[in-house]
Design a protein. Structure first.
Length: 255
């Protein structure tokens, strides 16, 4: 689905794609490329936006710069990919799934007075999806800790390993996004960022560092949880062996 907007003094207004400042394509399929042919986007770059295994990076072309970011998505256990095509007077965003934050940007376009202002807002909201995911993981970890303290079960162990696997993908995604943002801060003039926008981007980079540190803490907590789980299993086995020993002793007593 393609939606296009014009940046005005009152915010973002719907507009024809030819006169728009921002074109957003969500729930995108390969066939959607036909609608963007006139913008001279390479098909290879378009496909990269739909590739869940694509890494975060900056791609420089003759007529545009492509920013590939990872984005947390409820549609997949692994992070999905979103592409930001930066033209001189237009930004095009392409994502495989629905982007809830787009509605929020349109309804609350504060401080979006230019293409670079829109760019900063997009990167900020992409980063926010990982904070939401972080909060959800924290809740899941708390539930697992409660289950382990009250007893051990196979389902608890399976849930624990699933979260730990999800953390691996999240850490890789956050690390890649952080590197892209760091490169943008270092080359602010290339992206036509003013001092305030560069500062805003630096703050987002700090958020990425905080996210990475939080995920590392979660990973350590899960490792400790595995040890506690194994310890509980070992204790239960010891109790069973003690009972069997008592039973065996009675059975071996002479009659």
């Amino acid at each position: 689905m393609l939606k296009s907007y014009k940046i005005t003094s009152k915010g973002l207004n719907r507009a024809d794609s030819g006169k728009s400042d921002w074109i957003h394509v969500e729930n995108s399929k390969k066939d959607d490329f036909k609608e963007l042919v006139s913008l001279k986007i390479r098909k290879k770059d378009f496909k990269s936006c739909l590739d869940r295994l694509e890494r975060s990076r900056i791609v420089t072309r003759e007529n545009y710069t492509l920013l590939l970011f990872k984005i947390s998505s409820k549609k997949t256990t692994k992070s999905a990919t979103i592409g930001l095509f930066l033209f001189d007077k237009k930004i095009i965003t392409i994502h495989e799934f629905h982007c809830p934050f787009v509605v929020d940007i349109v309804n609350h376009p504060e401080n979006i007075k230019s293409h670079t202002g829109l760019l900063i807002r997009l990167i900020k909201d992409i980063t926010q999806t990982f904070f939401v995911e972080s909060d959800q993981i924290e809740d899941e970890i708390n539930k697992i800790e409660d289950r382990i303290s009250s007893g051990s079960s196979k389902s608890t162990l399976e849930k624990l390993f699933k979260i730990r696997t999800d953390l691996v993908f999240l850490i890789k995604s956050i690390s890649g996004n952080r590197d892209v943002i760091n490169s943008m801060v270092s080359n602010a003039s290339m992206f036509k960022l003013n001092k305030l926008e560069k500062l805003d981007l630096s703050e987002i980079h700090t958020d990425q560092i905080q996210l990475a540190e939080t995920m590392a803490i979660y990973r350590e907590i899960l490792s400790n949880a595995v040890e506690i789980y194994n310890s509980n299993i070992s204790n239960e086995m010891n109790k069973i062996m003690q009972r069997l020993t008592v039973v065996a002793t009675f059975l071996l007593l002479p009659t």
